[in-house]
Design a protein around this ligand. Structure first.
Ligand code: NOJ
Ligand code: CA
Length: 567
């Protein structure tokens, strides 16, 4: 055989090996119709510090989560995303990781983690970990070595630069958490870069050794049974190697810094190379990548799916979290954009960085009704919802009233303009007892008085509770193909109060109508464009505040309709 021919056969063998591998990866998680498990799933974010405290030290832990796996299964969620529980000095409550391959003792051990994965498997709840890839803790051994000398092995794992002159940072970049994004370190007389707190130095992703260490970390966790990662702050992974100053905008932000356009330290194209690599590895394990993709428009979000769908399967769409009032036209606009984006939509209403939507949309009088309405909205859309613990019982923000009570450092820096994120991170409300059944000790953050009424125990017994609405919606979604994967068709586009749409899958049609106003409303539907006129509309949910008279629907204030449209 000629060397040329030999090379050809080697390449052919390699190509077929790759094909077999990728087919194997796809087989992991695709049903007979080509749908991936995560498209049918409902995700649920757990903030481990605040979910369940098994050893009564006031801080939630992994054994606590394991003990509540039956609850999660019964609720009807398919995967939980745990915010970081790795060893950490907890400056940013775990988003400052000092070891990527262990569990912080305050949360338990690796054995507890394995037990949690096993229990999750037994109950069909997959475990998604949080991967903080932009930065480590300043106590990570890589950083301790990096700062020790200019010639240390890990020096180039972080971003070090000389100041412009004595006492002057290398450029004008500001930290997301206030002040300059550069900290001077006297050991080597240089500055290091930190997009977040100074205790969170940015990794240098332009260094292949960093890439390798981080990629290997994901493999290590996949082998331990995690079903995927939520990738933290992806837009911040790369910055301009020439460190050009960011353009300064008028005004100052809540932390007192001049506003700037983050042109030279966010959203660099290199991020996408890293995401493609991470995806290749994820595919080997049938894993899913969820992105903390903070964008304010769909075009920017779209890029995170990758040109050929080869980056993140689930870039989170945060646009709902910026909608601060109940508005049918506003939600209609957001949904239309997400639905037309070409990628599978991922809807988020609340999380550990945003005011809970119970507060955002509540009018003080009909909050529970509104919470049910919002659940009905995003659990009936085409796309994967990512819930936040406690929303299913109508948990509200419990914001600190005094600066000295604030735990989240950014709340102390920004007080009173930015009060931090403690309010949305309070303990899960399991029952009406003193510490809401979260712990027998005073919890790390206070439970609000509303835990007396809004808790799992009480709401499990009340057929009209928010919890029961979630359960019914989640089980309906699971069994109804139109809700799971049917196409989204908007109806009555000019109605400023009632948001209505169809979900259509083959012959199955579901009609959803949501009254986003405090007044009773009527809606009639012309279904002739869909060739559905004359069909019967029949409610799929009891007592949701709607009555049907032929093709007309009457909705109580904040009432909802989820109905089958059939012959
Ligand atoms: C986003 C996380 O959600 C937030 O809680 C954290 O403070 C920053 N990334 C920094 O890791
Ligand atoms: Ca504990």
């Amino acid at each position: 055989m000629t060397p040329k021919k030999a090379l050809f056969y080697v390449l052919l063998a390699l190509a077929s090996l790759t094909m077999v591998q990728s087919l194997r990866a796809q087989k992991h998680d695709v049903d007979s119709e080509g749908h991936h498990w995560w498209q049918h799933a409902v995700f649920y974010e757990v903030y481990p510090r605040s979910f369940a405290d098994s050893n009564n030290d006031g801080i939630g832990d992994l054994r606590g989560i394991t003990s509540r796996m039956a609850y999660l299964q019964d609720l009807g969620v398919d995967a939980i995303w745990l915010t970081p529980c790795f060893p950490s000095p907890q400056v940013d409550f775990g988003y400052d990781v000092s070891d990527y391959q262990d569990i912080d003792p305050m949360y338990g051990t690796l054995a507890d983690f394995d037990q949690m994965v096993r229990e999750g498997k037994r109950r069909d709840v997959r475990i998604i970990m949080d991967f903080v890839l932009n930065h480590t803790s300043d106590q990570h051994k890589w950083f301790l070595d990096s700062k020790s000398s200019k010639t240390s092995t890990h020096r180039n794992w972080y971003i070090w630069r000389d100041g412009q002159s004595k006492g002057q940072a290398p450029n004008n970049w500001t930290s997301n958490f206030g002040g300059s994004a550069w900290k001077f370190d006297p050991t080597t007389n240089q500055y290091y870069y930190h997009f977040f707190y100074a205790e969170q130095p940015d990794l240098n992703w332009r260094n292949p050794a960093v890439e390798k260490a981080m990629y290997d970390t994901t493999r290590w966790w996949y082998k331990r049974g995690v079903a995927g990662f939520r990738l933290d702050a992806v837009g911040t992974m790369f910055e301009d190697p020439d460190l050009r100053d960011n353009p300064v905008l008028p005004g100052t932000n809540a932390l007192g810094d001049p506003e700037q356009e983050r042109k030279y330290n966010t959203e660099f194209p290199e991020v996408h190379d890293a995401l493609r690599d991470l995806r290749t590895i994820a595919d080997e394990y049938g894993a899913v990548l969820i992105g903390e993709t903070v964008t304010d428009n769909i075009d920017a979000l779209k890029r995170y799916y990758g040109d050929h769908g080869n980056e993140l399967q689930m870039p989170m769409n945060f646009m709902f979290t910026y909608v601060n009032k109940l508005s049918a036209p506003e939600f209609r606009k957001q949904i239309a954009a997400a639905d037309a984006s070409g990628g599978w939509p991922v809807y988020v209403l609340s999380n550990h960085d945003a005011v809970r939507h119970y507060n955002r949309y509540g009018n003080g009088k009909d909050n529970d009704q509104i919470a049910k309405l919002m659940a009905t909205l995003y659990l009936t859309l085409r796309g994967t919802p990512v819930m936040y613990y406690g929303e299913e019982i109508g948990m509200e923000n419990n914001d600190p009233k005094r600066r000295e009570d604030v735990q989240d450092p950014v709340g102390r820096i920004g007080w009173p303009k930015d009060i931090g994120r403690d309010g949305e991170r309070t303990p899960m409300q399991w029952d009406g007892s003193t510490n809401a059944g979260f712990s027998e000790t005073k919890p790390w953050l206070p439970v609000p008085p509303s835990h007396k009424t809004h808790n799992v125990e009480a709401e499990s017994k009340d057929p009209n509770s928010i919890l029961q609405r979630y359960k019914r919606l989640l089980s309906l979604r699971k069994t109804n193909p139109a809700l799971r994967e049917g196409k989204y068709v908007v109806l009555n586009e000019t109605d400023s109060n009632v948001l209505s749409y169809l979900r259509i899958y083959e012959r199955q049609v579901v009609l959803i109508a949501l009254n986003m106003s405090a007044e009773p409303q009527k809606a009639t539907f012309d279904l002739s464009p869909q060739h559905l006129s004359g069909r019967t509309i029949k409610s799929l949910l009891d007592a949701s505040g709607a009555s049907i008279h032929g093709q007309e629907v009457s909705l109580e204030p904040f009432g909802t309709l989820v109905a089958e449209v059939s012959k």
